[in-house]
Write a protein that binds this ligand. Structure first.
Ligand code: HEM
Length: 229
């Protein structure tokens, strides 16, 4: 599907929506869940069948009631992911507006399972057409927010400052166990594969490299199934 072309008036409205979102996200401190929402909408993409993906279908009740989306109903919106990263101090990510929300939701079960390891992560992200580098860069999204026992069964934040977008997720991952901080099995898996680990080490020591790669991978994630027009 081609990226839509939109007129100036539409772009003005998007700019306005972006401003409103900045205000909303900073007054409600809801950046983490906004980012997770955008990721769960996009992360259903299947490159072979060209189904799922960042098409707003997570707004459909059928989809937001999937188990892996527990807690996300409170955050339903559209360009919230890129704004969430921006207002918490992360890189600016280009956003191409104008795509229609899809009424079709994929079946449950396409998002990654946090209890699994390297082969599972690769299966899920390769299915989206993403690379090892994308997997590590995007996992850095866990620099924001926390897990909630009543939603996922996991509990706690990944970093000391869960409302700040920085490279501390990678620094903490390399440090190992830290009192009060969470590491999911899928986070720890990033240390087990040599290709993954290379990027973990790079991002832990070079925040600019992380921001650059994160912005590219997030843009890719947010455009899965849409080709630039
Ligand atoms: C939260 C799993 C990748 C962004 C969570 C939670 C789990 C999880 C279990 C806790 C949910 C809760 O209890 O509220 C995974 C797995 C991934 C993955 C298995 C596979 C690599 C990503 C990616 C992003 C992301 C790619 C964004 C780029 C977030 C954010 C939160 C979160 C921001 C915190 C939400 C909040 O504070 O309410 N993730 N995730 N995750 N995830 Fe991921």
């Amino acid at each position: 599907m081609a990226m839509p072309v939109v007129d100036t008036e539409y772009l003005k409205q998007i700019d306005k929506a972006r401003r409103d979102l900045r205000a909303l996200i900073s007054t409600k401190n809801c950046a983490p869940i906004m980012l997770r929402l955008a990721w769960h909408d996009a992360g259903t993409y299947d490159v072979n069948t060209k189904t799922g993906g960042p098409n707003g279908s997570i707004r459909n009740e059928e989809e937001y009631s999937h188990g892996s989306n527990n807690g996300l109903k409170i955050a339903i919106d559209f360009c919230a992911g890129v704004v969430a990263v921006e207002v918490t101090g992360g890189p600016t990510i280009n956003f191409v507006p104008g795509r229609k929300d899809s009424k079709i939701s994929p079946k449950e079960g396409r998002l990654p399972n946090a209890t699994k390891g390297v082969p599972h992560l690769k299966d899920i992200f390769y299915r989206m057409g993403l690379s090892d580098k994308d997997i590590v860069a995007l996992s850095g999204g866990h620099t924001l927010g926390r897990a909630h026992a009543e939603r996922s069964g996991f509990d706690g934040p990944w970093t000391q400052e869960p409302l700040k977008f920085d490279n501390s997720y990678f620094v903490e991952l390399l440090k190992g166990e830290s009192k009060g901080l969470l590491k999911l099995p899928t986070d720890v898996a990033l240390l087990d594969d040599p290709e993954f680990r290379h990027y973990v080490e790079l991002y832990a020591k070079d925040e600019d490299a992380f921001f650059r790669d994160y912005a590219l991978s997030h843009k890719k994630l947010s455009e899965l199934g849409f080709t630039p027009s």
